[in-house]
Each structure stands twice: as structure tokens, then as C-alpha cells.
Design a protein around this ligand. Structure first.
Ligand code: GDP
Ligand code: IMO
Ligand code: MG
Length: 420
């Protein structure tokens, strides 16, 4: 039987998942998103054009491949319909290359309002949510009151919608929060018509039958392992399991079906939103990385916080996911530096640890290793890597114990080097 390979982010998201999924798609029959929703912004670049996808899997630009929005995803019809519109110029056969799980939870306009109201009420301790309604929608899923994609074709949909909306409005009444729903609801109902045009089905049968037929599947993660609801820097996390285990529950495939787990990380670290970031660079150094790496959110446009690579955090993510191959992104952004650092352990009260602490507070300090920089990344193969770059890579491979089989040196599809 064929296998499901998983590609996921090992840091706080935005590692470059969209680029690599697009690069790997020719090797697969099916690309499937298993969690998250429009909080994701996955960037693809080819033929001089840049595309950002939020809900639609990153295999969509390759004709003949099937893209699946799995049951673990939360789906906003409005974002979805806008993305479909944005893809029109490419003349893709979208209705035959994109299917949606009937079990995916729907984000309705009041979910987004609740997200805003909750964040506003948190004041200084806000999570820095993308405000796309992710938390409230997963909350309703767990509370067993949500609406699922398949429900939009049921005769009682409108009454189910009104019941949920009423529930949300009653909660909103308790918050100091003004809102007007009319325009959002108009957009929502118009977008439902677009969604109704797509195949909404039991994608778990489709995926398992495809495996039996020998078809290969790439599961595309959203966010990153350090934003995982269980293992991330709680409460500054997203509301889904972003780790490899989430691919089983989010697609309906068994652990026996998992093949490779591709763990993708930036050669440094970024984080958007609040929460601990042990190796964060404040001031000029952080600003330089942000400008050079164009580190501004693909979904919200917010500046991303930047810092050095964090080995204990990376090691933690590799362990949680069972990563079999590492992919290192944005190595070009670090070029031109005389020296660069890497966090190698954490220290508190003179005690050193290699474990990611349950709560990383200001009592913790990071121990760094300093590396010699490299001039540029204009090399074409692994064999051309300069000595200093090779040392940086080997250090990571040896401390983590997993090979780095892909190195990315630019945003375009073609700026990708594979270990032969
Ligand atoms: P994702 O959410 O993991 O798909 O990542 P994002 O798309 O949010 O952010 C990654 C950003 O880095 C995007 O702007 C990509 O175009 C860009 N990018 C990806 N790989 C590379 C690379 O190797 N070098 C550079 N300079 N940019 C890259
Ligand atoms: P991709 O898939 C980076 C962050 C938000 C916030 C926290 C919770 O593009 O890597 P949420 O909207 O989920 O309630 O926000 O998680 N966050 C991301 N950060 N990349 C993402 O997705 C993210 N999705 C959510 O900034 O700190
Ligand atoms: Mg992103």
C-alpha cells in the first residue's frame, strides 16, 4: 500500500511550507491539508509570480493533482471563495482538482467577531491571534455545537446557522465590543454558493481508497510545532494539533499509513504574535534579519519577530513529529554575516537543560554557539557549499540526528537544492 508523507513546520509557522509543498507536488498524486484554516498563509513563487494560499492546499497549481481540504481543517467560505476567484486567471480545473471533507468545521462570521472580542478583552496578555475565527471555531467543534461543511446542503442549514449565531451573539453581549454583521453575513451567504459548487464528501474514504490503489499522498501542515495546542508555548498557540499526529485525526488515516515526515525549518527563527521566543534578537540585528528575509506575515502583514536558530526547540519538534528528513529554508537570508549564533541549551539558576521548558520566562537564559558566516548562497549543488555553510549544516545534523536533505536559498521553486 502507498503511504502518506507529511510535511510540517518545526518552528512557529511561516517556515516556507507552501514553497516546498509546491516543489514536491510533482512526486505525489494527492496533496491534503489536515488542520488549521485561514490563519495560514502559504507563499509559492514561480515564473516570476507570487501566490499566497490560506485555505487551499499548495498543490493546486499542478494540473492533474488532487487537493483535499481535510476534516481537521476549519473552513471559512468567504476566504475560500476569494481564493477561488484569485485562481481564475490560471484556468485550473478547480472543480476536478479540489475536494472538501464534509466534516470540516465551518467558520461563520460570528466566530470571527468572537475572536476579536476575546482578544480585545485579554488586553496586554493577548495571543496575537490572526483574528480569523480559528479559536472560537475549534472551541465549538469540541463543544459539539459547530456546523460542518456537509451541513450547508441540508434543508435545516439556515436554522442551524441562526441557532449558532444566536449563541454567539449572546456571548458577545457580555463584551465591550461593537459590531455590525450585515455586510459579513452577505459575503458569507454569497460564498456558500461558491462552496456548494465543489464536491463535499467523506474524504477519509477517498484518501484510504487512493492509498489502496497505490496513489501517493503528501499531507500539508499549517502553522508550526511550537504553536501546537498541546506542545506549543501555551497559551500562545493555535487551537489545533499541528504535529504529525494531527495528520491522522485531521485526514482519517491510520498511523500505519505514515511514510516520511519532512520537518521544515528556517536557518534562523521567526514568530508572529505574542509568546516566548528564547533566541529572539531585539534591536538592530533583529531588524536586519526582518528586512533581509522580508519577514512580514503572509496573512496579516504584521512584522515577524526574528532570532537565531534554537536547537533545543528544534530537537523537541523533531522528537514530537518523528521527523525522518529535515529541510532547511532561507539559508540565503543569513549570508553576508561575519558571524552567526545558534542557541544550544537553556540555563536557569545555573542549571543547564536541553529540554524545551513548560514555561519559558525571563529567568531562563540561552547558551549560544558562534559560527563563521558565509558570503552568499549562489551555489548550485550540495557539493559547492562553502566550508562555513557546511559546518553550520553538519552541526545541526549531528546534534539533531536527522539529515538535512533539502536546502532552500530563495523564494522561487527553482532556488531549491536536494542532497543527491
Ligand atoms: P509558510 O506559511 O510556511 O508557507 O511560509 P510563508 O509563506 O508564510 O513564509 C515564508 C516566506 O519566505 C515567503 O515569503 C516565501 O516566499 C519566502 N521563502 C521561502 N523559502 C525561501 C528561501 O529559501 N529564501 C528566501 N529568501 N525566502 C524564502
Ligand atoms: P502558517 O501556516 C505563523 C499564530 C498567530 C498567533 C497564534 C494564534 O502560515 O505557518 P490563531 O489565529 O491561530 O488563533 O493565532 O498563532 N499563527 C501563525 N503564525 N504562521 C501561521 O500559519 C500561523 N497561524 C497562526 O500569529 O500568535
Ligand atoms: Mg505562513
Amino acid at each position: 500500500m502507498a503511504k502518506v508523507d507529511i510535511l510540517l513546520g518545526l518552528q512557529w509557522g511561516d517556515e516556507g511550507k507552501g514553497k516546498v509543498v509546491d516543489f514536491l507536488t510533482p512526486k505525489y498524486d494527492i496533496i491534503a491539508r489536515f488542520q488549521g484554516g485561514p490563519n495560514a498563509g502559504h507563499t509559492l513563487e514561480f515564473d516570476g509570480k507570487k501566490h499566497v494560499l490560506h485555505q487551499i492546499p499548495s498543490g493546486i497549481f499542478h494540473p492533474g493533482k488532487m487537493n483535499v481540504i481535510g476534516n481537521g481543517v476549519v473552513l471559512d467560505p468567504v476566504t475560500f471563495s476569494r481564493e477561488i476567484d484569485g485562481l481564475k486567471p490560471y484556468k485550473l480545473d478547480l472543480h476536478n482538482s479540489l475536494i472538501i471533507s464534509g466534516k470540516a468545521q465551518l467558520i461563520i462570521p460570528t466566530h470571527r467577531l468572537l475572536d476579536q472580542a476575546y482578544e480585545k478583552a485579554k488586553g496586554e496578555s493577548k495571543i496575537g491571534s490572526t483574528l480569523r475565527g480559528i479559536g472560537p471555531t475549534y472551541q465549538d467543534k469540541m463543544a459539539r455545537v459547530g456546523i460542518r461543511a456537509a451541513d450547508i446542503n441540508e434543508p435545516d442549514f439556515e436554522s442551524r446557522y441562526n441557532e449558532l449565531k444566536k449563541r454567539h451573539c449572546e456571548i458577545l453581549d457580555h463584551y465591550d465590543f461593537d459590531y455590525s454583521l450585515d455586510e459579513w453575513e452577505n459575503d458569507f451567504f454569497a460564498a456558500l454558493e461558491v462552496l456548494r459548487g465543489f464536491k463535499i464528501m467523506n474524504t477519509e474514504y477517498y484518501l484510504n481508497n487512493s492509498l489502496k490503489e497505490g496513489k501517493s499522498i503528501l499531507a500539508e501542515g499549517a502553522q508550526g510545532s511550537l504553536l501546537d495546542i498541546d506542545f506549543g508555548s501555551y497559551p500562545f498557540v493555535t487551537s489545533s494539533n499541528t504535529i504529525s499526529a494531527g495528520a491522522c485525526t485531521g485526514l482519517g488515516i491510520s498511523p500505519k499509513s505514515i511514510g516520511e515526515v519532512f520537518g521544515i525549518f528556517k536557518a534562523y527563527c521567526t514568530r508572529v504574535g505574542s509568546g516566548p521566543f528564547p533566541t529572539e534578537l531585539h534591536g538592530q540585528e533583529g531588524e536586519e534579519l526582518r528586512q533581509k528575509g522580508r519577514e512580514f506575515g503572509a496573512t496579516t502583514g504584521r512584522p515577524r519577530r526574528c532570532g537565531w536558530l534554537d536547537i533545543p526547540a528544534l530537537n523537541y519538534a523533531v522528537m514530537l513529529n518523528g521527523v525522518t528528513q529535515l529541510f532547511m529554508m532561507k539559508a540565503d537570508v543569513l549570508s553576508g554575516l561575519d558571524e552567526l549564533s545558534m542557541g544550544t541549551s537553556y540555563i536557569r539558576s545555573e542549571t543547564e537543560t536541553f529540554e524545551f521548558p513548560v514555561n519559558f520566562t525571563s529567568e531562563w537564559k540561552v547558551k549560544y554557539e558562534v559560527f563563521k558566516g558565509w558570503e552568499n548562497t549562489s551555489f548550485k549543488t550540495y557539493d559547492d557549499f562553502p566550508e562555513s555553510f557546511r559546518t553550520y549544516i553538519q552541526y545541526i545534523e549531528e546534534t539533531i540526528g536527522v539529515p538535512i536533505n533539502l536546502v532552500s536559498v530563495g523564494p522561487d521553486r527553482k532556488d531549491t537544492l536536494l542532497k543527491s
